[in-house]
Write a protein that binds this ligand. Sequence first.
Ligand code: ATP
Length: 215
Amino acid sequence: MKQFAVIGLGRFGISVARTLSRMGHEVIAIDSDEQKVENIMDEVTTAIQADARDEQTLKSIGIQNADVVIVAIGENVEANILVTLMVKEMGVKTVVAKAINSLHGKVLAKIGADKIVFPERDMGARVAYTLTSGNVIDHIELSPDYSILELVAPKRVVGKTLGEINLRAKHGVNVMAIKRNGEIIAAPGADDVVREGDILVLIGSNRDLKGLQDS
Ligand code: ATP
């Protein structure tokens, strides 16, 4: 079990804290707003009202012992940067910081944030993608060039094996998993038959994935 600390309980921070907690992890949630702290108190291991800009407070909470710290302060960019810098200097191995724009992201990278997330930008791109591309259910960008795509199996592949469809040879795309009736068939083999209603979880370059959808 890993120990996480989430600093800033806006919509993004609260969702991260809640999800980690439901997954069975230890979660310390911190916000300067008492109401935000009270709202999540029953759902996390510890909820603390504190101004995260105060280094002594962070130390007394034991932030330095967390495996991962998520800095989810948004609008107050100065606080976001300061807190990211402090927790990194305290020796926290993995610091994830939320950025509100690309310049902010660049600053966070310079001061040592290990992972930078752009929730609004990424979610916007994801929604736009799924709204405009036929049977695509979800799209996760892994890098500017590679993605994971969830696609309802097109009629023409239903009843065929993955070996027969052979997406790897024909399109350079790999089938990571098949979702069927709420279950996951992980790393399916060449003999697995695609059934109607299956969702194919594909990984590949954006170009190859696009080529597959256009074919
Ligand atoms: P979201 O989009 O996730 O709702 P946001 O971008 O609107 O968030 P804010 O509301 O500015 O971001 O900040 C998120 C949370 O961080 C707020 O609940 C706020 O009280 C908290 N916060 C801001 N500054 C500090 C600080 N110095 N210490 C602790 N918490 C803070």
